[in-house]
Design a protein around this ligand. Structure first.
Ligand code: T3D
Length: 262
């Protein structure tokens, strides 16, 4: 049987590929488990300093594998709250708190939880032919995987509501225009562009980038005084890293810094 997740490391970058192309990389429990383990490995391996999440085949991810939901009358209905609690919520927390930058390379359609998992990543690139669908309303469900938190913050309430209540397909170029993603690129250049950025990030002050993630994660929920406090705490930590010392030394030596990620 094919592995549900492919994991490759090269030059400080881990590329994690969702690998159930015949089901548009939709999630079943083994894929959830393998993705969580791959992210954990990327987190704990100090040589890995940037992560890329992408999909194999023509799709990025179509959310939950609907083959696993037997809702025929006579059957007990599945407890979706349990599924969210056990699988999707821990995954989104892991992505948004992992201490290394994570880039989504959206190679094709991203639907349901697949769309929101992409939005939970730090930087989202999408191929020109890719699209984003808040497909939940089409099957009577509520957007999950942090979508109701990330999407209005990215595109505003009016657009988030429209996307979530209509379930329309949003093209990658429109997503870029709306500020929902970082960049839409030609299909045949997607991985090249993403890997260039990932390899750049892998040479940057990894701890500092992790602190930026933390600051931004809390910024929209914090009051200004709380956020100022958080910035102070994170700056204290950043100011104790070797990379900060290297940054200052390189500045005065008028040379490019050599950050080691510590
Ligand atoms: O249940 C819980 O645990 C709660 C949590 C829920 C999280 C969620 O993500 S709920 C939302 C689930 N996802 C969807 O509702 C999306 C379903 N898929 C689609 O609407 C369409 O497939 C797409 C718009 C994504 C793509 O359309 P298209 O025309 O490009 O492809 P297609 O022909 O529909 O799909 C290609 C194949 O992938 C097809 O299989 P086949 O006929 O070739 O054997 C299709 O059945 C399969 N596929 C696509 N999405 C899923 C899937 N198989 C299982 N689960 C899927 N989600």
């Amino acid at each position: 049987m094919e592995e549900a997740i492919l994991f490759q490391v090269e030059g400080g970058v881990a590329v994690i590929t969702l690998n159930r192309p015949n089901q548009l990389n939709s999630f079943n429990p083994p894929m959830h488990k393998a993705l969580r383990a791959a992210l954990q490995q990327a987190e704990s391996d100090e040589a890995i300093r940037a992560i890329v999440l992408t999909g194999s085949g023509r799709g990025f991810c179509a959310g939950q594998d609907l083959n696993d939901r037997n809702v025929n009358s006579g059957n007990t209905m599945p407890d979706l709250g349990e599924s969210i609690e056990k699988y999707y919520n821990p995954l989104i927390k892991q992505i948004s708190t992992i201490s290394k930058p994570i880039i989504a390379a959206v190679n094709g359609v991203a639907a349901g939880a697949g769309a929101n998992i992409a939005l939970a990543c730090d930087i989202v690139f999408a191929a020109q032919s890719a699209s984003f669908i808040q497909a939940f309303c089409k099957i009577g469900l509520v957007p999950d995987s942090g979508g109701t938190w990330f999407l209005p913050r990215l595109v505003g309430s009016a657009r988030a509501k429209g996307l979530m209540m209509l379930g329309d397909k949003l093209s990658a170029s429109q997503a870029q225009e709306w500020g929902m993603i970082w960049q839409c690129v030609d299909d045949d250049r997607l991985m090249e562009e993403v890997l260039t950025v990932a390899h750049h990030l892998a040479t940057q002050p990894t701890k500092g980038l992790g602190y930026i993630k933390q600051a931004l994660l809390y910024s929209s929920a914090n009051r200004l005084d709380e956020q100022l406090n958080l910035e102070k705490d994170l700056q204290r930590l950043a100011g104790r890293t070797n990379d900060y010392r290297e940054g200052i030394n390189a500045f005065f030596d008028k040379r490019a810094p050599e950050f080691k990620g510590n």
